[in-house]
Design a protein around this ligand. Structure first.
Ligand code: GLN
Length: 192
């Protein structure tokens, strides 16, 4: 399977390594022509404002939209969860892709808590806890009816799925655990 990793900033090569470890072909995408023939797209962590600006400046809005309209599954991690949301609380100016009906809180775990690790209970990935690496992580404050919340930590929602869009607030690519990437590839495989 050919899966694109939006290569604007952030932990790109780690996602590519994980895809390869799962037996898929990961491709860096940063020019409109790179999006042809993708069967999935990963939007990695980074800075969501910068990534949003780069999407615009590099004319990637259109190719991203046509993938989305073509039913290609998307996975957003950390800043990717923000970008895929509908609204960033307190940042009304921020341009988002809006493919998931969520209101997100950026840097939602407070400044004193720049980064932390937590053992997550994510039943959709099986019974074993998932190693959650959170770096200036967002959380989902509100979600529309179509959004299924898949996990939470400290009472805050940090994983969700709406149809073909999957988002998590943490960084699976910084761990050795392939289950989330496998789940995403399964989403891509099960398409009609
Ligand atoms: N705080 C960043 C943002 O809101 C996300 C941080 C990350 O992706 N590690 O864009």
């Amino acid at each position: 399977m050919k899966i694109g990793v939006l290569a604007l900033q952030g932990a790109i090569s780690e996602h590519l390594d994980m895809l390869e470890a799962c037996g898929a072909e990961g491709i860096r995408v940063r020019r409109p022509e790179d999006f042809n023939g993708l069967e999935g797209l990963i939007i990695p962590g980074g800075e969501s404002t910068t990534m949003g600006r780069l999407i615009e400046n590099l004319s990637l809005g259109e190719p991203i939209r046509s993938l989305q309209e073509g039913g290609v599954p998307f996975m957003g991690t950390c800043a990717g969860l923000v970008l895929l949301g509908r609204e960033a609380a307190g940042c009304p100016e921020q341009r988002l892709l809006g493919y998931m009906d969520t209101v997100v809180v950026r840097n939602g775990f407070g400044r004193q808590c720049e980064s932390f690790e937590a053992s997550l209970d994510l039943p959709f990935l099986g019974r074993a806890p998932f190693p959650g690496v959170f770096i200036r992580a967002p959380y989902i404050a509100r979600a529309g009816k179509g959004v299924e919340i898949l996990g939470s930590v400290e009472g805050r929602d940090i994983a969700a799925r709406q149809g073909r869009v999957l988002t998590v607030a943490f960084h699976p690519e910084l761990t050795e655990d392939l289950r989330l990437h496998r789940y995403f590839l399964q989403m891509a495989k099960n398409l009609p």
